[in-house]
Design a protein. Sequence first.
Length: 257
Amino acid sequence: MEFVDEKLYKRIKNAVGRAIADFGLIEEGDRVAVAVSGGKDSYTLLHILEELRRRAPVKYELVALTVDSGYPGFRSDIIAAHLKEHGFTHHVEATTHYDIIKEKRRPGSSYCSICARLKRGVLYTLAQRMGCNKLALGHHLDDFVETLLLNQFYVGSLKAMAPRMLADNGETVVIRPLVYVEEREIIPFARGNRFPVVCCCCPVCGKADLQRRRMKELLKELEKENPAVKRSLLRALANVQPRHLLDRELQRSCAIP
């Protein structure tokens, strides 16, 4: 595929390539399932991984997976048509998640959290069924730092996301190659290349939940003072000083004999 704005394309591609190298995200012989929701992030991830695959010194395969949660009006056919046009192996899995969410969701609670858990379980199963040992998700740099702040402010836990981790099923390795890519880079890239973005059609489609929206607003305010605040927070996740934290297990492991 020929991308518009060569400079932006190279910046994103280089950032993804650096993440793959830093965290060993893709290795020789991998068959990688890429979760494609129809959003700007997952389209960007898939296309960038494909461009890297064509030039990579290691051989790997890509399989695009889409979970249809059953929200009325979701256009999985638009996603399928785009991926077929560009030669991707693609599978759409229809589910009844919407019915489950309507039944199980507590009034006032987030749609996104329960929907994400349901989708993740299906993706793990699909990845195994399709013979994929890894599952690539489209979380970008903003998602990492917002999750860090959410956990600190609302959960009382010092954690974010991992660029590479073993899934709960003990078999699939989850990777997040967009860890070094900011959302403000993805937005013009997806628009410029006319990726056919599809809304999931849930009742809150296109809206961040209240707590995450607050984190976005906080970061935007902090950026007025320090434009590099998000990258600084990301660096902090890779620069942990255990003996300066309050976790008792960490304190014991770092204790002076």
